[in-house]
Design a protein around this ligand. Sequence first.
Ligand code: NAD
Ligand code: LMR
Length: 328
Amino acid sequence: MSKAPVRVAVTGAAGQIGYALLFRIASGEMLGKDQPVILQLLEIPDEKAQNALKGVIMELEDCAFPLLAGIEAHSNPEEAFKDTDYALLVGARPRGPGMERADLLAANAAIFTVQGKALNKVASRNVKVLVVGNPANTNAYIAMKSAPDLPAKNFTAMLRLDHNRAASQIAAKTGTAVGDIRKLTVWGNHSPTMYADYRFATINGASVKDTINDQVWNADTFLPTVGKRGAAIIAARGLSSAASAANAAIDHMRDWALGSNGEWVTMGVPSNGEYGIPAGIVFGFPVTTENGEYKIVEGLEIDAFSQERINITLAELQGEADGVKHLL
Ligand code: NAD
Ligand code: LMR
């Protein structure tokens, strides 16, 4: 017997990431090839954006995806999020050359108070929320704080792109296949302060740290390359990453919904005090996922270098949280 459809809300549906994301959700890459979906798409009321959304919907229809059980276009978040089981909050301004993601806070923070309140009011009580719009951790924090009737753990931020970028750099450095890398993580903020950590990682069971054995490469090449990859893409493309961001969003939601089979993945999730991160701060952690729940990997040793990096990225997140206090 076929499964009942689930509702998937996507904001910024007519934007660049939306265009790289929706077709993959509708084809079953996110929630499984046996899971019908109803897409509830949100764009700003602006005529141009709504027209662009109509075009995207025409294309979705023209794909004749067997799993696509319905498509709705909305300009009001309370309609777009009605009963939704999954919410991918992508719609927000992207940065341009020379900007940091935190510079977007003034422009984007208000979006996430409104959308957090709307989720609180109308979404499924089990809704799984992924915030992609930047600055993603703090926007997820704002949405979570604006939705007091929903479990805080249901609000997550996208660090998966950073995790995938780190895996790809390590595979290139060691001449190995990216799919053989395990137990990698990225701590902290989706910003240049993020700490991509391969101390626990393995390739076919061998330690990545011992294989690379080069702390200078780690500190001076690997960390800045991963941390500044978003800016490098903006400099090259004139636009921020879209296909790789959509791919990471699919990875994040798929693993959360369907399980990571014991593998570590990185998610930005509200801390419960793990590793000394104050409760509520949305922080990149290593997690495993099972039965629709994530669990932070605990008990990892944090050496002095790592602690210093974690302190820097935490201080940045605390500064951002301070800066949005008036909105909460
Ligand atoms: P884009 O400008 O192409 O598209 C954004 C879309 O969102 C636009 O169509 C816009 O009309 C819409 N939008 C704006 N405000 C909205 C609102 N309140 N409700 C609904 N829709 C709204 O941008 P993009 O390239 O798709 O990027 C979207 C966001 O994702 C940016 O903030 C970008 O910085 C961020 N991003 C995050 C990551 C990550 O790893 N976390 C990676 C890439 C991009
Ligand atoms: C990225 O990491 O590619 C995105 O967050 C976009 C950006 O502004 O860097």
